[in-house]
Design a protein around this ligand. Structure first.
Ligand SMILES: C[S@@+](CC[C@H](N)C(=O)[O-])C[C@H]1O[C@@H](n2cnc3c(N)ncnc32)[C@H](O)[C@@H]1O
Length: 271
């Protein structure tokens, strides 16, 4: 194999990242032949590098180029960010159902990126792009304030041991930064099958002054979020499922895509 990185940058390429507490571990993970082929042929079109050339001169203060939604998708459409899409079942299914919405998925697991590229190909989806990097850095450096109409964080790694709780993605500083990237009225949808993580999410999201809950606490699974195999397995093991949907203030109305598409539990789409 000429290039085992498939043009993807290593998720741990900078000193800053090495010092951070990260929400993921880099797993080797075996690539199937189909995932490898998808990476070789489709990554150049659908995967955007984390470190684009800075604008202007190469001075220390030069800003990284933000992700340019219009240029990547060739249109103006509602914008939804997904963090940690895993094998991409949910991403592809929602993108297939919402062709009028553009999706940016962030993931560090190479086989998962290959799997989503396969799904993009299988369904001829043109409304998904991928960044193969730590979402914490992508949100800090590549996503502009007020630019998102929605954000999905489905079943983030639970880090169940107390000494690992600091590795959980949902933390006050991360949520504050992500909330700044949401447009007024935009939604943030999180889901987990770990009760204590759900309680932590509810506390952290409720404490973020720029967000407000769309429900008295947890919300029923909105119809647009498919039940994945991973989630079904959790249910079989007796895990509960907790969905949380918050919106960015000022609270006028929910962003239209959420308002139109979200009617809780109308169907039980499966992937
Ligand atoms: C438990 S899996 C859930 C995957 C998928 N959302 C689902 O519902 O099946 C969590 C995923 O988040 C990814 N992840 C964790 N932290 C991340 C980060 N900081 N940036 C990008 N991806 C991350 C992991 O690689 C993993 O694939």
């Amino acid at each position: 194999m000429k290039n085992a990185s498939y043009g993807l940058q290593p998720a741990l390429s900078t000193k800053i990242q090495i010092r951070r507490v990260r929400s993921f571990v880099t797993r080797a993970g075996r690539l199937s032949n189909a995932q490898r082929r998808a990476l070789e042929t489709l990554a150049p079109r659908f995967v955007t590098p984390f470190h684009p050339e800075p604008h202007g001169a190469k001075s220390a203060s030069a800003r990284l180029a933000p992700f340019d939604w219009r240029a990547h998708f060739g249109r103006e459409a509602p914008r939804v960010l997904e963090i940690g899409f895993g094998m991409g079942e949910t991403t592809a299914e929602i993108a297939r159902r919402w062709p009028h919405v553009d999706f940016l998925g962030i993931e560090v697991h190479t086989p998962g990126i290959g799997a989503l590229l396969q799904r993009i190909d299988a369904h001829a989806l043109n409304n998904i792009r991928i960044i193969a990097h730590d979402a914490v850095q992508v949100i800090e450096q590549m996503i502009e304030d007020g630019s998102l109409d929605g954000a999905h964080i489905f079943f983030p790694d639970p880090w169940p041991k107390a000494r690992h709780h600091k590795r959980r993605l949902i933390q006050p500083a991360f949520v504050a930064r992500l909330a700044a990237r949401l447009a007024p009225g935009a939604y943030l949808h999180c889901a987990t099958d770990w009760q204590d993580y759900a309680e932590h999410m509810l506390a952290v999201l409720s404490a973020q002054p720029s967000l407000e809950n769309t429900a008295p606490g947890y919300t029923p699974r909105p119809a647009y979020r498919p039940v994945t195999k991973f989630e079904a397995r959790g249910r079989q093991r007796g895990h509960g499922i907790w969905d949380l949907v918050f919106r960015k203030k000022p609270a006028g109305r929910l962003t239209p895509i959420y308002h139109i598409e979200c009617s809780p539990n109308q169907d039980s789409l499966r992937v």
